[in-house]
Ligand binder design. Structure first.
Ligand code: LLP
Length: 421
C-alpha cells in the first residue's frame, strides 16, 4: 500500500498533484511520500514490537538526510557502510547508539571516525579488519563493540549481483572459520564481542532463506555460548523484497513471525534488522518528461532521465512499472523507454506496453525509492536530479537539483608550463 494514486486521472502523491511539483521544480525528480515512508517503517518496526529489537534503516538504499531524520524521529537507527553514510546519519540526528556499521572494506580512518562517534556495533567481516579495529581502538584508548559477520552459505534466490550469503560471495566469514576469529576477538583488549551478524541478500521474495540462515546463526551462537562467549545482539541484516511487477513477497508481519519463532531459541538476545528496500522502495518514484519519440525497427520514447539517474534497469535488468502522470485514455504501443545517455544500455524499460506519448508528457517510474537516487551519478556530466518530499498537501525540495558549477566543484586546471602552451 502506498500513497501514489490517480485522482481525476492525475497522479497524486498524497494530496499533491504530481504535475504541480513538476511545474515548480522541473524534471526529472525523485518524489517521496512521507506517509508511505512512515507507514512502511512502522509496519516493519512494529512487527517486532513484542521482542527487544532495533530497526537500523539501511542508509545505502536512500540516504537523503531528511529521510534519515524521519526514521530517526520514528525511533529508528541506521545501518551504514561508509564514513560518508555515518556523516549523513549523524547529521540527520540518528542516535549513534542505534548505528551499526557493515561492509568488507572499512578503512582505518572510517573505523576511527565510527569509534569516536560511539556507534552501537561494528559488523566485522575479516580477521584483518578485526586486527585493524583493535589497533585503531588501542590508539584511541577506546573499546570497540563488535559483531562478526557470518557467511551462512544460504542461497537467497535473488539476482546474482545482490546475493551476499553464498560461500562464493565476498561477504562475511565462513562458519568454519568464525569460531576461531571469535576466540581471537575475545583475547583482544580493545575489542568487546557483543554480537553476531548476517545479511544474505536483497529483494528476497520468500522467508525460507532467512529462516535457514537464522537457524545456522542460532546454532553458532549456542556454540559460542558453550565456549563462554555471550552474544547480546543478533543482527539479521535486511533483504525483504517488494512488489515491482508480479512478485508477492511476504508481508513484514509474516517475515517477523518466522524470525521470532526461531529466535525463541536464544532468549535474551536483542534483534537488529537492517531493512532498506522494503521501507523506501515503494515510497518513491522518479518523474521524467518525454523529450522526443521516434519509430524505426522499434518505437523509442526518449525521456529526460537516464541510467545515471536510475541505474537499476541497466545494471540488473530490473523492472520498474512505468505510468503516465496524466491518464488521457492514450492507446498503448510497444516501446523502449530510453534516456539521453550515450550508451545503448541506457534504458528505463525495454519492449514494454507503454502509453503513446507526446513531447512534454510526464511519466512516473514507479518503485524507485530504494537504490534510485542513492545510486545516481553525474555520468555524461548530468547534474543529479532534485529530491522532493510530500507530506499531506505540502511538498518540499529535500535536495536541490545540482548546478553546472557543482559538477566541477573541486576540479582544478594545473598551472604547469606545458599546460599553458
Ligand atoms: N544490510 C546489509 C549489510 C546490506 O548489504 C544491505 C543491502 C542491506 C542491509 C539492505 O538490504 P535491503 O533491505 O535494502 O534489501 N543496489 C541493489 C541492492 C543492493 C543491496 C546491497 N545491500 C538494487 O538496486 O537492487
Amino acid at each position: 500500500m502506498n500513497h501514489f494514486e490517480y485522482r481525476d486521472q492525475i497522479l497524486h502523491c498524497e494530496g499533491v498533484p504530481v504535475p504541480l511539483i513538476a511545474a515548480s521544480v522541473g524534471t526529472p525528480f525523485y518524489l517521496y511520500s512521507a506517509a508511505t515512508l512512515t507507514r512502511h517503517f512502522q509496519a516493519m518496526d512494529q512487527a517486532f514490537a513484542d521482542i527487544p529489537h532495533v530497526t537500523c534503516f539501511a542508509a545505502k538504499s536512500c540516504s537523503n538526510i531528511a529521510i534519515l531524520n524521519l526514521f530517526g524521529r520514528l525511533g529508528g537507527g541506521a545501518d551504514i557502510v561508509s564514513g560518508g553514510e555515518l556523516f549523513r546519519a549523524l547529521t540527520a540526528g540518528i542516535d549513534p547508539k542505534k548505528i551499526v556499521y557493515s561492509g568488507v572494506g572499512k578503512t582505518p580512518e572510517e573505523l576511527r571516525y565510527a569509534l569516536k562517534s560511539g556507534i552501537l556495533m561494528f559488523n566485522v567481516e575479516s580477521l584483518q579488519e578485526l586486527e585493524t579495529l583493535q589497533a585503531v581502538a588501542a590508539a584511541l584508548d577506546l573499546v570497540a563493540p563488535v559483531a562478526l559477520r557470518i557467511n551462512p552459505d544460504v542461497d537467497p534466490k535473488t539476482h546474482a549481483y545482490i546475493s551476499t550469503g553464498l560461500a562464493k560471495n565476498k561477504f562475511g566469514l565462513p562458519l568454519d572459520q568464525a569460531a576461531e576469529v571469535y576466540a581471537a576477538a575475545q583475547a583482544m583488549p580493545h575489542i568487546e564481542v557483543v554480537g553476531v551478524s548476517c545479511h544474505i541478500g536483497s529483494q528476497l521474495t520468500t522467508v525460507a532463506p532467512f529462516v535457514e540462515a537464522l537457524n545456522k546463526v542460532i546454532a553458532f551462537v549456542r556454540r559460542l555460548s558453550a565456549n563462554g562467549i555471550t552474544i547480546k545482539y543478533l543482527d539479521m541484516g535486511g533483504g525483504l523484497g517488494i512488489n515491482y511487477d508480479q512478485e508477492e513477497p511476504p508481508l513484514p508481519a509474516e517475515y517477523a513471525a518466522a524470525l521470532k519463532e526461531a529466535l525463541r531459541e536464544v532468549p535474551g538476545c536483542t534483534l537488529i534488522i537492517e531493512p532498506g528496500r522494503v521501507i523506501v522502495g515503494n515510497a518513491g518514484i522518479l518523474v521524467t518528461k518525454v523529450l522526443y519519440t521516434k519509430s524505426g525497427a522499434k518505437h523509442f520514447i526518449i525521456v529526460d532521465a537516464g541510467m545515471n539517474d536510475l541505474a537499476r534497469p541497466s545494471l540488473y535488468g530490473a523492472y520498474h512499472r512505468i505510468q503516465p502522470v496524466e491518464e488521457k485514455g492514450q492507446e498503448n504501443v510497444v516501446a523502449d523507454l530510453v534516456g539521453p545517455i550515450c550508451e545503448t544500455g541506457d534504458f528505463l524499460a525495454k519492449e514494454r506496453m507503454l502509453p503513446v506519448c507526446a513531447s512534454d508528457d510526464l511519466l512516473a517510474v514507479m518503485s524507485a525509492g530504494a537504490y534510485g537516487f542513492s545510486m545516481s551519478s553525474n555520468y555524461n556530466s548530468r547534474p543529479r536530479v532534485a529530491e522532493v518530499l510530500v507530506r499531506g498537501d505540502e511538498f518540499q525540495v529535500i535536495r536541490k537539483r545540482e548546478t553546472f558549477a557543482a559538477l566541477i566543484q573541486g576540479e582544478n586546471i594545473p598551472e604547469w608550463e606545458e599546460f599553458s602552451g
